[in-house]
Design a protein around this ligand. Structure first.
Ligand code: SF4
Ligand code: SF4
Length: 488
């Protein structure tokens, strides 16, 4: 009998490690729960119940070795409880040991460190800040808040309807969302926030589903249904702007089904303007084609201090064509809290970066992902302000510190050097979300969706060494990214 109990618990421990532990690992990594089988959980639960029954039956049948008499009922119960407790503890240990390597590297970021995406100390003068400037959004003729609400990966799913409503109360009238931000939660929450004030908002979302981007291969009807899904989640009859989302190729930019869907939706009064958002290695080609095509009313571009000169040219030409330009990724990696040793710099950096972006009159506004009232205080304090000499000096110090750490969103200079054809820029972007945006779960979810992961870097001879013109140690960074973003 005792042997059967031991074997039962050994099997249970093995299931804990191989079945339940693997499910746990995938859960932490951010895999879509709806696609995960319940079988490993059910099998492990069944094994635990069986082992518990066998353990208590063994205890009940116990006899004293010397007198062949039964121990007292209390003693038998205690022995059974001890055996059951030991078995359960061993099973839990086996299950959690599956993610122990990951915890040593990444878990501490999640459970111990809260990477700040806001100043570590809020200044009194920021309190209650409001939007102070509205700018014309190109040919749409809308006037939008110069600092507006984004709801992308940077929020890590923490943005609530309440904080979005507070943003409206503080004068923000432009919301940027997408069906795949926080697994549709962004659209749901912004829909709640806009109840009763929809008319005063300029609402931008993306041609996309909660499960990912649309592109060539999707039918006109699929594009239309995706937008109708957005309208439902946003609790509105129309969106002002629909972007071709995170556009990485001219083929996607000009997909005729997307354009026909837009025309039909516009005719039906469900969308008003067409836009394109891009922050990929093909940004330059995509943006140039978008300007020349004259099909787009708005462009949302990764634009920050220290941007390469070609981007300035694109922004100018877009403005000349009366295309509204919205800036995103304005904090150049948002590494200030970790990089800058001076508290004054850490407190000034965000506002200095915003002021720099808005000092370009060709920019209509910027979007920033936020999730706390205190961030509204801090961020909106830069509204309507021009950068000072101190701001420029702060940005200069940041640029020196971040130079060999920040993978430029528009770059792709190293991609041809990787025999594995890894999307190095995406891998490093997700690493940035994890380490600097505090959006660990979202970063892991995005990484889990990549076709090729950086495990191939572990044994690679790294022909990518020296491929980055900015001095980023690519192989080291991608290996670190893999250790952070995927459980061994
Ligand atoms: S180390 Fe990684 S990124 Fe560099 S070449 Fe090898 S596989 Fe590609
Ligand atoms: S690692 Fe360097 S070369 Fe590669 S995409 Fe990033 S910035 Fe460009």
């Amino acid at each position: 009998m005792g042997q059967r109990v031991i074997i039962a618990w050994l099997i249970t421990c093995a299931l804990g490690y191989f079945a339940l532990g693997r499910s746990l690992a995938r859960l932490v990594e951010g895999y879509d729960r709806s696609s995960e089988s319940l079988l490993p959980i059910l099998l492990t639960a069944a094994a635990i119940v069986t082992s518990l029954i066998l353990t208590f039956r063994w205890a009940r049948a116990l006899r004293s070795g010397t007198t062949n008499t039964q121990p007292t009922g209390r003693r038998r119960f205690l022995l059974g409880a001890l055996g059951a407790g030991g078995g359960l503890a061993a099973t839990l240990l086996a299950t959690f040991s599956r993610i122990s390597d990951w915890y040593a590297i990444s878990g501490r970021h999640i459970f111990l460190v809260r990477p700040p995406y806001k100043a570590d100390q809020q200044l009194d003068e920021w309190s209650g800040a409001r939007v102070r400037e509205y700018r014309r959004l190109g040919r749409t003729e809308a006037r939008i808040s110069d600092i507006s609400l984004g709801s992308g990966s940077g929020t890590g799913g923490r943005q609530t309807a309440e904080v979005a409503r507070e943003a409206i109360d503080r004068g923000i009238n432009y919301f940027d969302t997408a069906p795949d931000y926080s697994g549709a939660n962004s659209e749901n929450r912004l829909g709640q926030a806009m109840k009763g004030v929809r008319e005063q908002m300029f609402l931008a979302t993306k041609f996309c589903r909660p499960t990912g981007h649309l592109g060539p291969g999707n039918s006109v009807q699929e594009y239309i249904e995706a937008v109708e899904g957005s309208l439902e989640r946003l609790q509105t009859d129309w969106v002002d702007l629909i972007h071709i989302h995170s556009c990485d190729s001219i083929e996607r930019l000009m997909d005729e089904n997307a354009h026909e869907a837009f025309d039909r939706l516009k005719e039906a009064g469900k969308v008003r303007f067409l836009g394109v958002s891009t922050h990929t290695p093909n940004l330059e080609a995509v943006a140039n084609h978008a300007i020349e095509s004259n099909r787009f009313d708005v462009m949302m571009l990764a634009y920050h201090h220290g941007a390469w000169p070609g981007l300035e040219d694109i922004v100018q030409r877009a403005a000349q064509a009366d295309i509204g330009v919205v800036a995103m990724k304005t904090l150049r990696g948002a590494m200030h809290q970790g990089l800058m040793s001076s508290r004054a710099d850490r407190e000034s950096y965000t506002q200095a970066a915003f002021k720099w972006v808005l000092s370009n009159p060709a920019v209509s506004g910027l979007v920033i992902s936020l999730w706390e009232s205190a961030q509204l205080d801090e961020f909106l304090s830069a509204s309507g302000e021009a950068p000072t000499a101190e701001d420029m000096a702060c940005l200069q110090r940041y640029e020196e510190l971040a130079a060999a750490k920040h993978c430029r969103p528009h770059c792709g200079a190293c991609l041809g050097q990787c025999p594995e054809e890894l999307a190095i820029h995406d891998i490093l972007r997700y690493k940035m979300y994890f380490e600097h945006y505090g959006a660990q779960k979202e970063a892991m979810r995005l990484y889990s969706e990549l076709e090729k992961k950086a495990d191939s870097c572990i044994a690679c001879s790294a022909p990518c060494t020296n491929a980055c013109p900015y001095g980023i140690p690519i192989a080291q960074s991608t290996r670190e990214a893999h250790a952070l973003l995927e459980i061994a």
